[in-house]
Design a protein around this ligand. Sequence first.
Ligand code: GLN
Length: 482
Amino acid sequence: MNTTLETHINSFASVQKAIQNKTLTCAELVEHYLKVINEKNPSLNAFLEVYDEEAKAQAKIVDEKIQNGTAGKLAGMIVGLKDVLCHKDHKLGAASKMLEGFESQFDGTAVERLLKEDAIVIGRQNCDEFAMGSSNENSAFGATKNEIGTNRVPGGSSGGSAVAVQAGMCMVSLGSDTGGSVRQPAAFCGIVGLKPTYSRISRYGLIAFASSFDSIGIFANNAADVAITLEVIAGKDDNDSTVSQREVPKYSELLNKKSENNKKPKIAYIKETLHSEGLSEEIKAATVAKIEKLKSEGYEVEEVDFSLLKYALPTYYILITAEASTNLSRYDGVRYGFRSPNVTDLESMYKKTRTEGFGKEVKRRIMLGTFVLSASYYDAYFTKAQKVRRKIQEAMKELFTKYDFIISPTTPTTAFEIGKYEGETVELYLADLFTVPASVVGIPAISIPNGTDKEGLPIGLQIMGDYFSEDKLLAFADELIK
Ligand code: GLN
């Protein structure tokens, strides 16, 4: 690697400076990342497709724009996209056989905004099928491996996107987070992962899983790179009626304006997370150590009770399966991708296409969702879960009247071995124990690195903030990382 690249590659601000000083070009950057991908991707399986020629051609165009002074604000950012984001004239598969041969006819809003600011997309990234999973083992195209130990999972569902940043195969990845799919893999891979407030980023062009939870999320090496990316892709959009109309703050500038009045944020940690049965001793110790460190730096950190915590996971799994069963009804063999070749009539086409096209976990969720929505059980499960969701939301809102942030471990364990939980669905669902509360509530949450365990596996710290407090959240995360 040339020395310019080596000193700049971990921060977009530094890459941009080198580009401005004419010591680095986008062509060199793309060449560098393609080389790393060529070396590492065969064993890690993070990218399902690499756009080498296209990225090189785009780099040339962006380099010219830089010369002319017309380049966008993400010139020099090399990004990867999880295989659930529409990118015009590119394959899109949700890592499922069901979308075999499908190509997107348009750019999703987030992707369009990245491209407009001259980010260069280098490839399409592996994930759990239809973003359902916590280990990336549910991909129809093979598991993604954690770079730290290739016998380990990278987390999921956005595992490929996390590993791509972890292994230096791109600078920033866009993933999706419905219940933890950005934060949990970020924790397992030792990088930064943000799930913004629900509705902060348009969902137009994001393959729907559970629409009242789905959020596009961002992976990067640091908070500043997340901030500038969020600033570009967030905000109102005529193509998504649920997206927030709020102004998008200049997150990247606010990052450096923190603690102007020297007032330190007030922090809480939830008792029930630290005393949770499944929490590994080492993660507990790392979290407690962080709490003590914050206290010693003058932060007010208090323990709070949140007895509803235990209902968050069941509430999540009732609601998301219900929404998934509805959203995935569109894959019927008529409109998208795969159709079973063994059909005799219309009904057998639906049945066989769905039986052969979907993987096991997706089918399990469709069936569960159909069950909780069925006439005899609708009130007992779906309506009840909606009510519990509201209660959790209200309790969380109450906490944010007193505290600026709530911290917890991101995950109960570090990256586990591939195959460890085969056939043990509930064990895998428990990987989301600490991430689903923010999803049920719709608040922003970020995972940042918090040391490693004895085996050298990364530990994540999750910071949750109030609705639309991404500016404060990113500034605080930045401070903790430094
Ligand atoms: N692991 C969680 C699940 O399987 C989260 C998925 C996600 O956020 N897309 O539902």
